[in-house]
Design a protein around this ligand. Sequence first.
Ligand SMILES: Nc1nc2c(ncn2[C@@H]2O[C@H](COP(=O)(O)OP(=O)(O)O)[C@@H](O)[C@H]2O)c(=O)[nH]1
Ligand SMILES: [Mg+2]
Length: 457
Amino acid sequence: MTPHDDTIVAIATGAGRGAIAIVRLSGPAAYTVARRVATPFPAAPRVVSRGTVHAPDDPSRPIDHALITAFAGPASYTGEDAVEFAVHGGPLLGALVVEACITAGARPAQPGEFTERAVLHGKMDLVQAEAVADLIDARSRAAHRAALRQLDGALSHRLAAMREMLLHVDALLAYDIDFPEEDDAPPSLARVLAACDDALAQVDRLLATLPAAALGRDGALVVLAGPPNAGKSALLNALVGEARVLVSDQPGTTRDAVEVLVDDEPFPLRLVDTAGLRASDDVLERMGIEVSERFVAQAHVVLACAETDAALASTCAAVGARTRGVVIAVRTKSDLHATAHDGAVEHPEQTAQVAVSAVTGDGLAALRAAIRVAMKEQVATPDDDTPVITRARHEAALRRAGDELRAFRAAWAAGALPAPVAATHLRAAVTALESLIGAVDVEDVLERVFRTFCIGK
Ligand SMILES: Nc1nc2c(ncn2[C@@H]2O[C@H](COP(=O)(O)OP(=O)(O)O)[C@@H](O)[C@H]2O)c(=O)[nH]1
Ligand SMILES: [Mg+2]
């Protein structure tokens, strides 16, 4: 682990015009650097005070008024001495403050370096650090919820408890390994197997949260399909609540797929508007139709849209043949056909039917509810007790742990391997869990995790 003997600086807030920009300094020389560029330096840590940020050692060349907060390590985000300057926002001021700090002895921070230092100083573990990035990147309530729980330690505690349990089993084995001839207290075969099965069940439960976590982050794919002019684009706009897609009475207007992420529970929806599913000689339109078919094939839910009952029946049939997702029959423009369609249309049993009007908004709530039901049918929403895992890194480590546990279990149950050999599988499982929280392989893992962060975090 590299010791951090240098002091880093970066703008911590978003780029562009804004009311406030925060510049963050951290490292052993944070106070020294800050004293050179700020007057007066705060009298006490963790108390916000007003001052002037200026050119190094020269209060006669002010940069801005600032609210300045000093944090004495280890009571800071990074665990080091740290100082934050809140100055006015905009493209220039934050950069000028950073420049002054660099002249005064700091160096520009790399992406994620503040959080990396927090991990290295034991302020949080690696999955919590990932949660910080996820919280910043969250585009949906589901992703936000998962990230906050992970930051609060839900996953860390679960992993720590599993690790403890495996170490306990390892200790039972060690007893057997060290005293093979003693017969008064051998590790009970049943006890070891039960603990191993329990750990395996926990690994599987965590892995089972992957699909829900991915949907919470990326959204469920909801594709609008149907003949040109059915009202697909208008319906998407109505679902989104603003005009995002070109609506026109010229058939074939939407030539490639348009995608909009709309937040919803339990998952956000990736609404995709497509070109109509008809045969076409127009090359551009033909390409659009091929794109639609690809989206339809991958969809979790297809909204089969058509204006008349006959068109709706054939659209549902065509779409049903092209997707494994749930098909919802959507009779569009119900304001124009309010009374004409009392009779139920023949659909496969599992197909829900909803009549909607993009003009009056009738049926939109029912459609949203039908989409929710369709999603619940397809993906188990994790119970509140199980933290979700969110990254390929988590999945890989848990699969490794699971494989090692299965190998251990097979060896142990069959008595095929001597206990010391079986125990190596157990320790490999423990190591996999430790790599997940960043307790081993630190350099390598940190590098991969933190370089995807934004600068200043
Ligand atoms: N009255 C009424 N007209 C609609 C409705 N939805 C769409 N339209 C009209 O139908 C035409 C085709 O709509 P559009 O959304 O572009 O169809 P798309 O080709 O399926 O995307 C446009 O003239 C829309 O204004 C609706 O709910 N009610
Ligand atoms: Mg369209």
